[in-house]
Design a protein around this ligand. Sequence first.
Ligand SMILES: [Cu+2]
Length: 178
Amino acid sequence: MIQEVVWGVSIVLMGALAAVFAWVAIGANVALADYGPVIASAYRLRTWLFGFAVIVLIGANYDTLGKLPYVSSLSAPSSATATRPVEAVAEQWSWSIKPDAFRAGETVEFHVTSNDVNHGFALYDPDMRIVAQTQAMPGYINVLRYTFNEPGVYRVLCLEYCGVAHHEMTAEIKVAAH
Ligand SMILES: [Cu+2]
């Protein structure tokens, strides 16, 4: 199968890369003072820059991770709202979504699974902004609730690379006005 070939090639390349890193690391066993004052201070500056980059990275993650669509999918609907179950099954390389037509204001509960490999179930609003997502995994049913507030054509795209025709994995969900 093509996955096994890709896996084999990846392992060989990762091994080669690790060997190069190990070779460089072993050869780099030189005291900082041996480089002379200019290069030694450049190395010290590099250490500070690395620390600075780590702090920026942690700050950026802290600021942005909460804005992922995962969070909105966790909010449970109010008890007054009825949820409509929807079966969403992924398969290389298409979606089966039943039913796939709703009315604006309706809250649906996607039951997401896969018949073969892992896929990513991502729901996009009519402006192609991602509004909810979960994994589609064989042997598991992931539940994703979403309220279609705006009418229009929503789309489901696969967000997990799943093989050569991964880009073909799109589906449409039509949401009619009230
Ligand atoms: Cu895919």
